[in-house]
Design a binder for this molecule. Sequence first.
Ligand SMILES: [Zn+2]
Length: 137
Amino acid sequence: MGRARRVSHRFVEHIPGSLEDGVVYVSIEYGTAVHKCCCGCGEEVVTPLSPTDWKLIYDGETVSLSPSIGNWSFKCQSHYWIIQNRVGWARKWSAEEIREGRDADLHRKRQYYADGDAGASYLPGFFDDAFTDDDQE
Ligand SMILES: [Zn+2]
């Protein structure tokens, strides 16, 4: 099978031992989502859901994962977004970009745990404004 263009989602309590291609399994219980790499290589991609990892958006019909999924540790090195159950393919990152991405991720986590508010910088700007107003009161 080639690159998937669409996925479906399944809310589960426990992530099953063997995964179907093209299905994003979401366990709210364990705060994680798991799917088989959308390139078809068969690797299992685990995306933990937390303020500093991935966010899952469920709109009642589809799921989106943010940020993008970069499988740098896999042979395929595939990089894609899952937005409203569609798979958007990104170009491969260079080794340099991967390193920078990791540094930025580490920096964000350090900030987040250093002062609980830094996580807000990870959200779109209008959220920042909303939180800032609250903080000042
Ligand atoms: Zn793959």
